[in-house]
Design a protein around this ligand. Structure first.
Ligand code: PDD
Length: 285
């Protein structure tokens, strides 16, 4: 079956879908995006993703391409047309097409919108989870506005590649003060030896992950102790457990950091429980 993409108002076969070569997303990474989990054909935590998209657009002064309710319709349509039951839907909005010039276009242009969706075999995630993933650390080298979900992801691309070349699955950034910020495409967490779940506050240094936000609510409901504070790779190496979260990974147990075995070296009970419970606290639409 051929894949269908939504591109600027049209549903097209992916093979024929294209954007203008002067799209500012292409030339300057002048755009934002969202990735939403698809589960049993439904979109997980869609309203939160759209709200974050709205914020990213507003921070970059990119116009909203259409009402959020219409974007939601398009995303559902792309999921359906591609018959995705389990996988992800990707939404990208760029500032639009204009003659190349760093400053914003002087005449307003229409933002470009692309939506794609693809199936991911749930067994893959389950497999990774059963084994637990390896993480390496890399120096933080991104701009300070990582709260904006921008398509400018070159440092993240290089960090993920460094992880792969080291035989790991994810890279966690470490800032100039020696604290973990987040992963190249996920938020970082540990569980202390006395059972407290710890993650960095979203005031600075991280993207405010939707999975992170839902999980914090889940922790409260499950009466699991939670601390929002930075932690170092050294603390993580001595922790009982570690895990990383994203719409594309849910809760993914981490078993080594830079080769240091965490806890028993197997996925920890807290991470596994949170992964199992997560969707009870998520919204579906
Ligand atoms: N990434 N931090 C970064 C840098 C991310 O890229 C992501 C998600 C997260 C987790 O956010 P959320 O829980 O809302 O997915 C944190 C997506 C999945 C991606 O780029 O593919």
């Amino acid at each position: 079956m051929s894949r269908i993409a939504y591109v600027n108002g049209r549903y097209q076969d992916m093979r024929d879908a294209s954007v203008n070569i002067e799209d500012r997303g292409y030339q300057f990474a002048d755009g934002v995006y969202e990735v939403c989990e698809v589960r049993s054909g439904q979109l997980v935590d869609m309203p939160r993703h759209l709200k974050r998209l709205q914020r990213s657009l507003s921070e970059l002064r990119i116009a909203e391409p259409m009402p959020l309710s219409a974007l939601s319709v398009v995303m559902h349509e792309v999921v359906q047309r591609n018959r995705v039951r389990f996988g992800i839907v990707y939404l990208q909005v760029s500032r639009g097409v204009a003659r190349r010039d760093h400053g914003f276009p002087t005449k307003p242009v229409r933002p470009s919108v692309v939506v794609t969706a693809r199936s991911i075999d749930p067994a893959k995630g389950a497999d990774n989870c059963a084994r637990g993933i390896k993480v390496i650390t890399v120096p933080e080298n991104r701009w300070p506005r990582v709260d904006i979900k921008s398509t400018a992801l070159l440092p993240n691309v290089l960090a993920k590649q460094a992880a792969r070349e080291a035989g790991a699955y994810e890279a966690w950034y470490v800032d100039g003060d020696g604290f973990v910020t987040e992963g190249s495409s996920s938020n970082a967490w540990i569980v202390t030896q006395d059972g407290r779940v710890v993650t960095r506050p979203d005031k600075s240094g991280i993207l405010s992950g939707i999975t992170r936000g839902v999980l914090i609510e889940a922790l409260e409901a499950l009466q699991i102790h939670f601390e929002e504070r930075p932690f170092t790779p050294q603390e993580a190496a001595g922790a009982a457990e570690a895990f990383t979260t994203a719409a594309s990974m849910i809760v993914m147990p981490v078993v080594t950091i830079d080769g240091h075995v965490i806890g028993s070296g197997k996925p920890g009970p807290v991470a596994l429980r949170l992964r199992e419970q997560f969707h009870r606290f998520a919204s579906f639409s």
